[in-house]
Write a protein that binds this ligand. Structure first.
Ligand SMILES: *Cc1c(COP(=O)(O)O)cnc(C)c1O
Length: 462
């Protein structure tokens, strides 16, 4: 831990480019083309999940570099990336080991189609991920983003049942407040109204069961499991799989549930001959404290979806892992029994190399056990926040912190986001839910800066 200000910690980074920038005179915005870049972005780029007209009021921020937990804009202003750039960046930006590994991989083999070809990074990554599930999930299928992983898992599950002569088992169960991505299949198992209502006409409805939301007390999990049992009793011959974000329903509002609930889901699915899909796109790779969230429930899913943090946030990659007996039902002389799904960048060698490097770093630096031993100290740093009168349901699991803010402001999320940016922190509340999901490499001083900026933003708004 460095007893320095957050700014100093950026300036202390050993990378020469940043040291040069830190000591160089502040750049002139116009010379850098900053305002020009904003205008050009608004003219040519359609930004995700954005009402573009908002940017008349809230200007875009043009970034020029990122290092560690810090983003730096073209004016030299810095922002602590407290949400890991939409939850992908596990180990900080500009990691020297990732840069080195990707450079070497680029020299050897950049990308080749995975149909008819294979290569060392994709083989080694599949073997290593399989070992990390203790061999339970021995086959890996690759995509490029989280939503594709959801699509793959849903299609694989339904196709498995068809291969077994049970084609009527082709419907899915999801949880209230679930989020599994925004392509049409993934949106069909997503229950975030902002995303799913707009495109409801295009979707094939799924069965929804109540959320086991811990804020509602232990009865919520019981209620959800009871609803699941009733649903399965009535409809299991039509149901291929249930999909769940184990332990934390993230985009739905950082809604926590217990490992016991996950175990209950797994048991019911087994009892009624229905697959369960663990969508660990957000919660995988140590975010909830263990490498995989489902491990805390001591159960293994039929399908495991991983993405986001898998490459440390540097390249798009997703993977769906499954059991050998499921794989075996596709193994046949008939093409129609094969899993018929592909993406151009399936098994991209650079992305697989990044993922292997992330696994190396997690192991070598014992990142997860270090996170665990730091939590008590980090919880002390949140004390002034927890004491704030407008806070409700403060909760923490692994490297996720969340709470609701009591306010009448309809524009809370946006106003808070702006207020935090003004205090050098990037946060994007989900409605009234403020959450931290910082890179694991955040220092105590940086975490304290995050807490103080959050307090400052709250006090400015309320
Ligand atoms: C982000 C997310 C997805 C979708 O991933 P994309 O890469 O954005 O398509 C799916 N499931 C969960 C749980 C996620 O958090």
């Amino acid at each position: 831990m460095t007893p320095t200000t957050p700014h100093a910690s950026l300036q202390e980074t050993p990378l020469t480019t940043l040291q040069q920038s830190a000591s160089a005179p502040r750049p002139n915005l116009l010379q850098e083309g900053g305002t020009d870049l904003l205008a050009r972005s608004l003219a040519a780029v359609w930004h995700p999940c954005t009402q573009m007209k908002w940017h008349e009021q809230f200007p875009l921020i043009a970034l020029r570099r990122a290092q560690g937990v810090w983003l730096e804009d073209v004016q030299g202003k810095r922002y602590l990336d407290a949400i890991s750039s939409w939850w992908v960046n596990l180990l900080g930006h500009g990691h020297p080991r990732l840069k080195q590994a990707l450079g070497q991989q680029m020299d050897a083999l950049d990308h080749v189609m995975l149909a008819g070809f294979t290569h060392e990074p994709v083989v080694t990554l599949s073997e290593r991920l399989g070992k990390l599930t203790e061999g339970a999930l021995g086959h890996c299928f690759y995509g490029s983003d989280g939503a594709s992983a959801t699509e793959v898992a849903l299609k694989m599950s339904a196709h498995y049942w068809r291969n077994l002569g049970r084609p009527q088992k082709n419907r899915f169960i999801a949880l209230a407040h679930s989020y599994h991505g925004e392509t049409l299949g993934a949106l069909s198992v997503t229950d975030v109204p902002l995303f799913s209502r707009a495109y409801a006409d295009l979707l094939r409805p799924s069965f929804l069961i109540p959320s086991p939301d811990e804020r509602l007390g232990a009865a919520a999990a019981q209620h959800s499991l009871q609803a699941l049992r009733t649903l399965l009793q009535q409809h299991h011959p039509q149901i291929a799989a249930l999909i769940i974000e184990p332990l934390v329903q993230a985009a739905g509002g950082m809604i926590f549930h217990t490992p016991a609930y996950v175990r209950g889901v797994a048991q019911l699915c087994a009892e009624f001959d229905v697959h369960w899909i663990a969508d660990e796109i957000a919660v995988g790779f140590g975010r909830t404290g263990t490498l995989f969230a489902h491990a805390q429930a001591q159960v293994v899913p039929d399908f495991l979806c991983l993405s986001k943090g898998i490459t440390g946030g540097v390249l798009p990659l997703s993977v769906v892992m499954t059991r050998d007996p499921i794989y075996q039902t596709f193994y046949d002389d008939s093409t129609a029994r094969a899993f018929l799904h592909s993406h151009s960048y399936t098994g991209n060698a650079l992305a697989c190399r990044a993922a292997l490097t992330v696994l190396d770093l997690l192991e070598e630096d014992r990142v997860l056990s270090r996170n665990a031993t730091r939590l008590a100290q980090l919880e002390q740093l949140t004390a002034p926040l927890r004491a704030h009168p407008a806070l409700r349901h403060y909760r923490q699991r692994g490297m996720i912190w969340a709470f609701e803010v009591v306010t009448q402001r309809a524009d809370f999320a946006r106003a808070f986001h702006q207020a935090a940016l003004g205090r050098e922190v990037l946060l994007r509340p989900i409605g009234n839910t403020v959450y931290f999901m910082p890179p694991y490499t955040i220092t105590d001083a940086e975490f304290e800066h995050l807490v103080q900026a959050t307090l400052g933003a709250l006090n400015a708004l309320l």
